[in-house]
Design a protein around this ligand. Structure first.
Ligand SMILES: Cc1cc2nc3c(=O)[nH]c(=O)nc-3n(C[C@H](O)[C@H](O)[C@H](O)COP(=O)(O)OP(=O)(O)OC[C@H]3O[C@@H](n4cnc5c(N)ncnc54)[C@H](O)[C@@H]3O)c2cc1C
Length: 501
């Protein structure tokens, strides 16, 4: 006699590790079938060149906390160490799966291919896959007006909240799937994952830390405190953008600090704006947005790449930034722009040779922001202004006393302030007096930035003006913008334009 399998629905957690404002969870719960709550640690995703232990530690911390919250109601999110497709194949041996509920993922190429294979599998097995938009990003969107208006509506809508006492979850047979058993040790240098830390960062920013937000946003040291530091919580979904947006409006009313909080809201728009663009042009994970730049800067010099990755370029602010991001997973926007500008313009390296390295360093790695930002700094968008930052000027402007530099390059701790931005200018007698030798304790500059800036400027400007780049720009604009409607869109004022300046 054929025994019928229990009918269930699956809630597949991805980059949305929270229990509040979770549309897939709410919609699945409305169907009244028992739920399987599941998260997959996928070997192919974990082994890819953009992935680092710091990301998986953050996920682990988040999942542990979510399961602590769920435990009193006897629910649990299963953490499975497997590719998704074979795991689903095993699950349907034991359960009849009516539907899978998840957020749409705007991830890297690996997760894109995985999602395609899961969609095919679901079609073949008559499983409904209900995917819900992430943070107001619209799949297959054409034109921009629709996006901004819809985004505002999404941000203002009520939260999706589930009453966990009124749902039933199922237990997986012990031997069905391999659990993820890796235990990442906590590391206090990094922001911890999980909803508690997320709301602590949110509240401390909105009610205390924000007062110097716009003033310190470019300062490498001060920005660590005065910026929100919400990026990992948004990237891995401990917070939805709607939660952050609505909390910000409330704080604006309560504190009256319109200036800093509007500045902040603009960046929340940018977050989604960039991901929306990546959604429709995901090839830019690998290729120049404007293919007219393909002919320049396509050779990698491993020595220069290694010096940059190891914080050994001889330019103190660049090296301090690299050391800092390696140890803490965080850098402010300006400092990220600076190290990418240095890499692509002064070292004249293709942006692709540095993108995975920094993806591994950023705790908040978000493909939809990371690749477009890399290309903006590298100047390969074609239409945006190309900025070639001078690392010495940036250092003098944003770390005048060298506090950040000395913190992250111990070899420079005794260097007098007047030489901290250019230690190679230190006279021999000063070097002897402080027991320091340039070239031995800290490298000589690996390039001459006057020459490299001139070289980069000439080549980039010439290419930017070339017919092929101009033609490509037109193609990109036709694909992505409806210029007529842009003026009618109030949010455009606050957003950077990825595809035109
Ligand atoms: C080369 C490069 C790579 C980057 N890669 C990432 C990445 O992988 N993940 C990521 O979240 N950000 C990335 N950024 C954008 C930005 O640097 C970070 O979002 C920001 O520094 C995070 O700090 P915060 O949360 O304190 O930001 P805040 O200034 O407090 O801003 C609040 C939120 O707005 C969003 N935001 C802020 N600045 C930007 C921006 N310029 N573009 C898009 N969204 C923004 C973020 O979600 C951020 O958490 C990158 C920037 C550059 C130049």
């Amino acid at each position: 006699m054929k025994v019928s399998k229990p009918i269930i629905n699956i809630v597949w957690f991805k980059r949305d590790l929270r229990l509040s404002d979770h549309q897939p969870l709410l919609r699945a719960s409305e169907d009244k079938l028992p739920l399987l709550l599941i998260y997959f640690y996928e070997p192919s995703v974990m082994q890819f060149a953009d992935s680092d232990e710091r990301h998986w530690r953050f996920m682990q911390q988040s999942l542990i906390e979510l399961n602590k919250i769920l435990a009193p109601c006897s629910h649990c999110i299963y953490t499975i160490h497997s590719e998704v497709l074979p795991a689903l194949q095993e699950i349907i041996e034991v359960f009849e799966v009516k539907a899978v509920f998840s957020h749409q993922e705007i991830g890297n190429h690996i997760t894109y291919l995985r999602d395609k294979s899961i969609a095919k599998f679901c079609r073949e097995k008559n499983i409904i896959w209900n995917e819900y938009p992430t943070n107001g990003i619209i799949r297959g969107l054409k034109g921009r007006k629709a996006f901004s208006q819809k985004w505002m509506q999404t941000m203002s809508a009520p939260m999706f909240e589930v009453d966990f006492k009124n749902i039933a979850t199922i237990q997986l047979p012990d031997d069905l799937l391999p659990s993820f058993t890796n235990a990442y040790e906590s590391n206090r240098q990094f922001q911890p994952g999980g909803p508690t830390a997320a709301s602590q960062y949110l509240n401390s920013f909105l009610y205390q830390r924000k007062s110097n937000y716009s003033k310190h946003i470019s300062k490498p040291e001060e920005s660590r405190k005065s910026c929100s530091r919400l990026s990992p919580y948004l990237a891995w979904g401990n917070l939805s953008m709607k939660q952050v947006y609505q909390a910000t409006l409330e704080a604006t009313t309560k504190t009256g600090d319109k200036r800093n909080l509007q500045f902040f809201v603009n960046r929340l728009h940018w977050h989604c704006h960039f991901i929306q663009k990546f959604e429709s042009e995901c090839r830019i994970e690998f290729e120049n947005l404007n293919r007219g730049f393909d002919k320049i800067r396509n050779e990698t010099n491993p020595e220069l790449v290694i010096a940059w990755e190891n914080g050994r370029t001889g330019y103190p602010l660049i090296d301090a930034c690299i050391n800092c991001v390696k140890s803490t997973g965080y850098l402010s926007f300006r400092m990220r722009s600076l190290i990418v500008s240095f890499f692509t313009h002064h070292l004249w390296q293709p942006w692709q040779a540095g993108a995975h390295f920094l993806a591994r360093q950023f705790l908040d790695y978000e493909p939809g922001i990371h690749y477009p930002q890399f290309q903006m700094q590298a100047g390969t968008m074609g239409v945006n202004t190309i900025r070639i930052y001078n690392p010495v000027k940036q250092s003098i402007d944003h770390d005048p006393e060298g506090i950040f530099i000395k913190k992250w390059i111990p070899a420079l701790k005794d260097v007098p302030v007047e030489f901290i931005h250019q230690p190679w200018l230190m006279p021999l007698e000063v070097q002897i007096a402080i027991g320091f030798k340039i070239g031995e304790h800290y490298p000589q500059p690996i390039v001459d930035i006057q020459q490299t800036a001139r070289f980069a400027r000439e080549h980039l400007w010439k290419t930017k003006k070339s017919k092929v780049v101009q033609e490509q720009n037109q193609l990109i604009l036709t694909r992505h913008t409806k210029r007529k409607t842009e003026k009618e869109d109030p949010l455009q004022l606050a957003m950077p334009n990825l595809f035109s300046d």
